[in-house]
Every structure is written in structure tokens, then in C-alpha cells.
Design a protein around this ligand. Structure first.
Ligand code: HEC
Ligand code: HEC
Length: 366
């Protein structure tokens, strides 16, 4: 007897081969691969599980992944998700929400990157916190559900995220204590967060008109959602935030914070507040140009037309720079040797009290 190559036998053989290979690649590996929970894995709480359902039903997974491979070094906008995913990270999850498309950043380590305030504003309208975002608005999600969704987002990253979140909440409590005491206490408290070597730095970018125009452009395209169109801290995102975003029209704030202090806050964010870290998005020069520009806000940097933006409008503008400051700026250096130069009261009209303006005469004679 010999085997006939009838349609039936060929078909049965093909089916058998397909099933065998599916079993070998999928079935065998899922039966034999039972990874132990990784160091960060933990089950979700009931609230986080509800938030996860909202994540699924709103299609977040179409734009966000939840895994980082070794080659994805920039998956979360630089450094944030530097932890490469391990199989053991997912053992408590019934279906994986790995995703395949990164229209937005990877979220596998999102917990503890931003405070709840920031997420609230961001979900209401992503353009509030990230003006050029293409993420859709989720303002229709009801408050209770939004809290669940935020709890879920803060859980991403498991135990590592828990550590970040609890540190963030402790910092926010600490900052709010000072904030509700007085504005002066608050300003002194945030100054303490900056190492003394940074506190004494002056802007490293020569304050030219070019620098100011560039700084203005950066401010208008990244900062106004929180700090407001006229820099007074009353942008549309500010309603869900405490402490309020900084009001750059306030001379007290400008006087209290050095260029180096602003630099540190911009680079790393301001812990305990919704002020994000910009180090992954802006270059060193971008940041210094923005700081130069912030100094013009009390004198109309945002309200006057671009053609009227001049270095002389900066609060701590050094008259010795000359008109455009070309070649005359000594670059970053400790400001201590020349206190008068760094005293912004010298440049504020109407003049402040005599003690505040002590030493300013030196600056009048160039
Ligand atoms: C059309 C694509 C798209 C959809 C759908 C989408 N996002 Fe986004 N998401 C983005 C983009 C782009 C960004 C980066 C810009 C920004 O911050 O808004 C982003 C940013 C984020 C961030 C901030 C990441 C960070 O730390 O900067 C979070 C958190 C987030 N999305 C969560 C969600 C959740 C939760 C949903 C579903 C309710 C969702 N996204 C739906 C595109 C999307
Ligand atoms: C998501 C909202 C948000 C965005 C976007 C944002 N900030 Fe902030 N910013 C804040 C909050 C909140 C504070 C905290 C104010 C405080 O603690 O007094 C702050 C503080 C600051 C400070 C410190 C002020 C001080 O008190 O010494 C600077 C400087 C600053 N922001 C600059 C910027 C610049 C420049 C941008 C754009 C590149 C920007 N911020 C974008 C919310 C934001």
C-alpha cells in the first residue's frame, strides 16, 4: 500500500504542521517560561486596576508603550525610562498593555515623574502643560475616574515608582508648608534646594537682542500654559496647581532668585511643585537665553512688540555690557566680588529704599 497525495492528506498534513509550530513557539514557551516577579513588580490596588480599565477604554495604548528595550534609550523623552524592561515586571498583569506605537513617550516608568497636579492639568488639556502636544484632550473623564487614572499612571514602574511618588509627595508637603506660611518663606525655602555653587552663577549667554528673542520664543512655545501669556503665573493649567506657577512680573521673586537658581530649576524641575524638568528638551544655551528673557518680563518683555525687546530691559542688566554687549561679557563667574552689579534693585524704577540701593552709584559711572 502506498500513501496517496490526495487533497485530504496534504491539507491534514499542513494543518498539523501549522499547529505544531504554533505550539512550539507559543504554547511551549508560555508553559515553560514562568519568570519570577522582578524587584519592582507588584499587584495593582483596586483603584489602580479601575484606572487601568480607563486607560484601556480610552485607547491610551495606541499611542503609548509600556516597555523599554536596550535600544530604546530615548523612548520616554530622554532618560526617564532608563530602566530596561524585564519579563518579571509583568507577572501580576493579566493582559499586557505593551503597545507597539510610540506617538507619545513610553510610560513604563511614568510613576513619580510628575505630581498629580501636573497630570490633572495635562489630562484636562495636554496643551496646557505641553503646548505642542498632539495628545487628545480627556476633559470628559469625570473627576473620580480621573483620580483612578492618575493613580494608575503613578503606579507605572511598580515599586520603583512607589519610591519616587512617596518622595515627591513628601517634598510637596514640605514645600506647601512654606508656601502657606508666607511668600518670603517660600522663596527662601526653594533657594535652599540649590547648591551654593549654582546660586552664585550668572547667565552664561551674553544678553543680546538675539538671546532675548530666542528666550521669548522658547517661553511662548513651552511655558505659557502654566506661567501665563503675560508671565504672571495664571496660565490655564495653573488652576489645578499648588504652589502656583511662578509670577515673573513680581520683582520680589526676580530679586530673590539668581540666574544659577533659575538654571537649576529649569534643568531639573522644582521638586515638590509641578514645574517640570526641561533638561531633556532644551539645550544649555536655550535655558540661559530663556533666563535672560525672564528678566525682561517686569519691564514689559511679553507685552511690548519684539522690535522693542532690548537687553536694557533686563532687571539685572549690567550697563558695562554696552549696547549689545558684544565681546564685553565676562561669562559665568561668581557674583560675590561685585555685589552692586548683582543687585537688581539698582535697575528698578521707581527706586526702592536707600538700603536696598546701597552701592548702586558705582554703576552709574561706566
Ligand atoms: C494620539 C496619541 C495619544 C493618545 C491617544 C494618548 N496620548 Fe498621552 N501623550 C501623547 C503625546 C504625543 C505625548 C507627549 C506630549 C505631552 O506631554 O502631551 C503624551 C504624553 C503623555 C504623558 C506624559 C509623559 C511625560 O512624562 O511627559 C502621559 C502620562 C500620558 N501621555 C498619558 C496618556 C493616557 C493615560 C492616555 C489615555 C487616557 C493618553 N496618554 C492618550 C500622545 C497620546
Ligand atoms: C506644568 C506647569 C509648568 C510649566 C509648563 C512650566 N512651569 Fe515653571 N513653574 C511651575 C510651577 C508650579 C513653579 C513653582 C513656583 C514656586 O514654587 O514658587 C514654577 C517655577 C518656575 C521657576 C522658578 C521661579 C522661582 O520661584 O524662583 C522658573 C525660573 C520657571 N518656572 C521657569 C519656567 C520656564 C522658562 C518654563 C518653560 C520652559 C516653565 N517654567 C514651564 C510650573 C510650570
Amino acid at each position: 500500500m502506498h500513501l496517496r497525495m490526495s487533497f485530504g492528506t496534504v491539507f491534514a498534513g499542513a494543518v498539523l504542521m501549522v499547529m505544531t509550530s504554533v505550539f512550539m513557539t507559543v504554547g511551549l514557551s508560555s508553559l515553560s517560561f514562568q519568570p519570577a516577579p522582578s524587584d519592582i513588580a507588584r499587584p495593582l490596588t483596586a483603584q489602580e486596576a479601575r484606572g487601568r480599565q480607563i486607560y484601556i477604554s480610552n485607547g491610551c495604548v495606541y499611542c503609548h508603550t509600556q516597555y523599554v528595550r536596550p535600544q530604546d534609550w530615548n523612548a520616554a523623552g530622554g532618560g526617564k525610562a532608563s530602566r530596561v524592561a524585564q519579563a518579571g515586571d509583568y507577572v501580576f498583569l493579566q493582559t499586557m498593555l505593551l503597545g507597539s506605537e510610540r506617538t507619545g513617550p513610553d510610560l513604563s516608568q511614568e510613576g513619580g515623574i510628575h505630581p498629580d497636579d501636573w497630570h490633572k492639568a495635562h489630562f484636562k488639556n495636554p496643551r496646557y502643560t505641553s503646548p505642542q502636544s498632539i495628545m487628545p484632550q480627556f476633559s470628559f473623564i469625570k473627576d473620580q475616574e480621573l483620580d483612578d487614572l492618575i493613580a494608575y499612571v503613578q503606579s507605572l514602574g511598580g515599586k520603583a515608582a512607589d519610591a519616587r511618588v512617596s518622595q515627591m509627595r513628601a517634598q510637596q508637603d514640605e514645600v506647601l508648608k512654606g508656601w502657606y506660611t508666607s511668600y518670603e518663606t517660600h522663596l527662601a525655602q526653594i533657594k535652599e534646594m540649590v547648591p551654593p555653587t549654582w546660586r552664585d552663577l550668572k547667565s552664561a549667554m551674553t544678553p543680546t537682542t538675539r538671546s532675548l528673542l530666542h528666550g521669548k520664543q522658547i517661553f511662548l512655545s513651552n511655558c505659557v500654559g502654566c506661567h501665563g501669556q503675560n508671565g504672571n503665573g495664571r496660565g490655564p493649567a495653573s488652576s489645578s496647581m499648588k504652589p502656583d506657577p511662578a509670577d515673573f512680573t513680581r520683582v520680589e521673586l526676580q530679586v530673590s532668585a539668581s540666574d544659577g537658581q533659575f538654571y537649576q530649576y529649569l534643568l531639573f524641575g522644582l521638586p515638590g511643585t509641578s514645574m517640570p524638568a526641561w533638561g531633556d528638551f532644551l539645550t544649555v544655551n536655550d535655558i540661559w537665553d530663556t533666563i535672560n528673557f525672564l528678566r525682561t518680563i517686569p519691564k514689559g518683555g511679553l507685552t511690548l512688540p519684539d522690535s522693542e525687546l532690548k537687553p536694557e530691559m533686563m532687571l539685572n542688566y549690567d550697563p558695562r555690557y554696552g549696547g549689545e554687549g558684544a565681546g564685553k561679557y565676562p561669562g559665568p563667574q561668581p557674583s560675590n566680588p561685585d555685589k552692586a552689579l548683582d543687585n537688581p534693585y539698582c535697575y528698578i524704577t521707581p527706586a526702592a529704599s536707600a538700603t536696598q540701593t546701597a552701592g548702586c552709584e558705582k554703576l552709574v559711572q561706566k
